[in-house]
Every structure is written in C-alpha cells, then in structure tokens.
Design a protein around this ligand. Sequence first.
Ligand code: 13P
Ligand code: SF4
Length: 305
Amino acid sequence: MTVTEKKIAARIRSLKQERRAIILAHNYQVGEIQDVADFIGDSLELSQKAADTDAEVIVFCGVSFMAETAAVLCPNQIVLMPDLSAGCGMSEMISRDDLIRMKKAHPNAVVVCYVNSSAAVKAESDICCTSSNAKKIVESIPEDREILFIPDQYLGAHVMRQTNRKMILYNGYCPTHVRIMASELAEVVTEHPGAEVLAHPECPLPVQQSADYVLSTSGIALQARKTSAQEVIVATEIGMLHRLSHENPDKEFIPACRHCDCAHMKVNDLEKLLWSLEEMQYPVTVSTSVATSAKRAIDRMLAIG
Ligand code: 13P
Ligand code: SF4
C-alpha cells in the first residue's frame, strides 16, 4: 500500500467505528478493499454474514445482486454500495418477464435461481442457490419434480453432472468466465505440469472438464490451502489471486486466463469506499413487495445452507 492508501485505509477504519458499520467484500474485489474489509467471502458466505450482523450499516463491496440480497435480508439496516454501477453481466441476461414466459411453458416446474440475478427475478423463483450450495439445493427437490435452473447454463450443467438430474437450463452465462478457453488452459497446464487446476462452475464446460476441482470462490480458497501442490492454476476472475497469494505465500497461483477480469467487480476502489462511509452513499433499496417474495426464495436457500 502507498502512504496515501494507508491514510485512506486508516480513515475508513475510524469511520467504520463511528457509523457502526461492517464492510463485506467479495473475493474478486481489489486487494486494497479486501485488506480493509471485515469479511471477505463468496456469495453464500456474504449473504449469511449480512443475515447475521447487527451492524447498523453494511457497506457492500461487490456487485448489485449481492448488495440487493443483503438489503432484502436486512430491511432495518442501511446497505450501501460505493458505486451503484457495479452490475453483473449474467444477472442482466434474464428479466422477470423472461422468467414468467418460461414458467408459463413449464407450469409445474420448481424454479431454482442462481443468486446472480435481480431481486425481481428472485421474487418469481421458488428457491435460490449459489455456486457453493447448488448441488445441495437441487438434491432437496423431490425427484419427480421438473426443475427450471436460471440463469447460468454452465453452473446448471455442472449441477446436472453432479446430481445426474435433468434440468431445463436458461441460456445465460457470465461474460467474464466465458473468456477462459480450454485451449488456453491446456497451454498453461503444459507449462506447469505439476499444477493443480481449480475452476469456478461459471466456466464453460470444457474448462470445467479440464479442472481437478470445480468450486465456488471460497471453495477455491479452501482447496488452495489444503492442496500439497506448489503450483495452482486458477480458472476464475483474476481478483481471486490476491486472496490466494496472501493466504498461501509459499505457493504459486497462475491465472488460466489473464483477461478474466470482471469490470463490474473492479469499479470499487478505496477512495469510493471512503466516500461511501463519509457521505453514507449509495443506499441500496428493494421495494417491499419484491423484497417479500425474493426473501422467501433466499430464506429457503439459507435454511438448507
Ligand atoms: P461465488 O459465489 O463463487 O463467489 O461466485 C460469485 C460470482 O459472481 C462469480 O462470478
Ligand atoms: Fe457477474 Fe461474471 Fe462479474 Fe461474477 S464475474 S459478478 S457472474 S459478470
């Protein structure tokens, strides 16, 4: 950290106390934000943390669907995002109307909704899931029920392989993870023959099939600690490498693709985080009617874990 960054970080820490605030950061956030955060995690852990905290203010450093989930779970707390433009390419691929059309075509299906979706889409869904609990959530649905899995076709395909369960998949995907190509990964593997390969389930299927483990971002962090391999190839957004290198200074982490960079995750920086706490900007709100229905789907997921 530079001297200026250290001063900003110190001011953030003192304002955090003054405001009785907690800073939650996703594993893809820039290193300086991870370093001042109270908690860093994947989508499931961040929503569990939001549901549990009694802080008056939650500053969410991630993208809008994550902050919206926190706002739905914590209607009596203030949820702030340092920059409201941090969206998610995948969540924008499905609208409430798209889902309603799909439900009309499959009226008896259970809708399993990946949390990377808007609150309005969650409100039309039966149960949410994240990359770390999708298998468990799908297994909780009676075998004779048809399942609509939205919006990520690659996470959906991964869960179908894990559970041997047929599902109807929406054709959404993460515009960042599709940049990881199996051919490029194969070249990196050739350069590092002893390396373990860890991939996120948002990666296209051929990339998942080349990996030793397919895991959520915090699952990747856990496996990186556990493995005896000295080199680990990481097939996910490159922000992940900060936490991995920080927690495992003795291991080398190699990105499967250097261009796997989520612009939305990177709109936050330390200055914006400081401004957010100074000015109590920018509040994230969800209308009561949408929040009530969305909360049902999120709560069902949290009850399963
Ligand atoms: P995780 O829940 O695994 O952190 O994934 C969130 C995400 O947006 C990945 O692109
Ligand atoms: Fe959305 Fe992909 Fe960015 Fe994750 S990496 S927030 S799924 S665009």
